[in-house]
Each structure stands twice: as structure tokens, then as C-alpha cells.
Design a protein. Structure first.
Length: 304
């Protein structure tokens, strides 16, 4: 009984960390909770007396559970998702400031970009770059060599950095986003093009895609999983953004639209050198609940 009480107390003390790890890997709060619960079940089935580092053991188990869930998720939708497999040379982990920006500042866009990675890439990146787990401990989890694990994290890091690395000047981001939302609302196609990077990517989550499809007859912009190129993105958003409010979304410039005081959709922007390089449309309720949203201005008046 005393051993069980100790295990329970220790598990509860690490639950927050385990849920944070699982959420970064899965991008879903409910799935993260399921993964942590599975780790608890496996702990009770194990010989806990033989575990030297219980926190490390639990983190490893959660990572393995998440890996299985990611693989199952990928298999279920393999027909609709392309796997990123560009061969890139290995690189050093980069300076600490850049790692902090990637891990913490990219905010809402990060989870969506992580969803484009292979399961092994995602696990390697999350455990190493976001939670500082060494590669020699990650390698057995994904059943790769240490060198291969380092390579996977490097490839994932480049994908994340290229898609979501934000400008450090949030005020400048806000100006660009405000100009873009204004142009979108007024249907100023030329202004939209000037604000978009030629290789801009617009991504929408599954909820946004379903809602836009259901409201097609009402003139809603039609989203797909990914729309690439300035012309295509401008055409999709031209004449939209009615009632959207300028906001800080996880500390980055963005916009939101809501009803009855609740955020219904978040527009998450990546801005570099005065150009918008990525836009993520987020409507998943569970994801939105985990966003830190601060409304800083209203483009069109009351939208509630």
C-alpha cells in the first residue's frame, strides 16, 4: 500500500510535465490525456522497484505511446497527407536564442507545422528541442541510431524554422497583419499580393475545412489542408475577414473572430521581413482553448 501511495504521488507530481510532452507531440489535449493515462496503466503493470529514474521512465513511455498514436493517425489518413522526407545534411543545434524562439514563440503555428512531420521526426524534435532530452535517450524510443535520430531532429527543425520562424518585432508584425486584414476585408487583391511572400502557405485545420465547405453557398472562403503561393492565398482570402479582430495569439500578431465572447477562429500569421510567409486557420475548439489570445483591436466594429 505504501509503495502504491508513493507511485501515485510521484506520478501526480509529474503529470503536468507528461501532459505537456504529450500535447506537443499530439497537438490534441484529449489524446495527450489518453497517452498519460496509458503511461499510468503501464506503470502499474511494471516492476516499479526496478525503475531507477521514474520520471525519465514515464517520459519515455509517454513518448512511445505518442509515437504509436502518431503512426496510427498517419496510417488512417495516409491518402490525404504527404510525408516530408527531404534529405538534408546534419547541422548543429543552433544558438540558444533561436531554439527558444522555435520552441516557445511560434505558438499556434507550431502544432500545425509539426503535423506535417513524420512521427519519428516529430518525436525527435519535440523531445530534444522542446524538452532537452539527449539524442542517445531518444534513439531507442523511435528505434533509430543516435546519428539517425539527430538527423531526424535536424530535418524537423528546418521544416519548423522555415515555416514558422517569426520576426522578433511583434509591433511590425501587427502592422503587416492589420494591413492584410484591411485589404482582405475591402477586397483589395493587389494590396494582398504586396503583403504576401511569393511562396506563402495557407493551412487550415480539419474543423476549418469542414466549416468552410458547409458554408460555401454563403460565400465562405474555401479552405483546404494547404494552399500555396501568393495568388492562390490572396484569391482565397480576398473579400473575407469581415468582423475579424486584431489579436495577439500566443504572443504573436494575428486575428480572431468570435461569438458571444468566445473565439471561434484564429488566424495565425508568420511574418518575415515585412512579408507574410504563412497563415494558419485554427477552428479546433480544443486547440483554441490552449491558445493565449489577447484582443488588441477591432477591424470592423463589434463582432459578437
Amino acid at each position: 500500500m505504501e509503495q502504491n501511495n508513493w507511485l501515485t504521488a510521484h506520478f501526480e507530481s509529474t503529470r503536468g510535465h507528461l501532459q505537456a510532452v504529450a500535447y506537443r507531440m499530439l497537438g490534441s489535449r484529449s489524446e495527450a490525456e489518453d497517452a498519460v493515462q496509458e503511461a499510468w496503466i503501464r506503470l502499474h503493470r511494471s516492476d516499479s522497484d526496478s525503475i531507477d529514474n521514474l520520471s525519465g521512465w514515464l517520459t519515455t513511455v509517454v513518448a512511445r505511446v505518442c509515437l504509436d498514436m502518431l503512426r496510427a493517425r498517419k496510417a488512417a489518413r495516409e491518402d490525404s497527407l504527404d510525408e516530408i522526407s527531404v534529405d538534408l545534411p546534419d547541422e548543429n543545434t543552433g544558438n540558444q536564442e533561436e531554439k527558444i524562439l522555435i520552441a516557445n514563440a511560434v505558438g499556434p503555428a507550431l502544432l500545425l507545422v509539426l503535423d506535417t512531420l513524420t512521427p519519428a521526426e516529430r518525436i525527435a524534435f519535440v523531445l530534444h528541442d522542446l524538452f532537452d532530452l539527449p539524442f542517445d535517450e531518444i534513439a531507442p524510443i523511435i528505434e533509430r541510431t543516435e546519428a539517425a535520430t539527430r538527423q531526424l531532429a535536424s530535418r524537423a527543425r528546418r521544416c519548423v524554422r522555415g515555416a514558422t520562424m517569426p520576426s522578433k518585432d511583434v509591433a511590425r508584425q501587427q502592422q503587416v497583419v492589420a494591413a492584410f486584414m484591411q485589404a482582405s476585408r475591402l477586397g483589395n487583391f493587389d494590396a494582398l499580393i504586396r503583403l504576401l511572400h511569393p511562396d506563402v502557405v495557407l493551412r487550415a485545420d480539419e474543423t476549418a475545412i469542414k466549416v468552410s465547405t458547409a458554408n460555401k453557398a454563403r460565400g465562405a472562403p474555401q479552405f483546404t489542408q494547404e494552399i500555396a503561393g501568393a495568388d492562390a492565398v490572396a484569391s482565397t482570402l480576398n473579400g473575407s475577414a469581415q468582423g475579424a479582430q486584431l489579436s495577439l495569439v500566443n504572443g504573436l500578431a494575428g486575428a480572431t473572430w468570435g461569438m458571444n465572447g468566445k473565439t471561434v477562429v484564429a488566424f495565425c500569421f508568420a511574418v518575415n521581413d515585412g512579408k507574410i510567409t504563412a497563415i494558419d486557420i485554427v477552428m479546433d475548439k480544443q486547440v483554441l482553448e490552449n491558445f493565449d489570445i489577447q484582443i488588441i483591436g477591432n477591424n470592423t466594429g463589434d463582432n459578437s
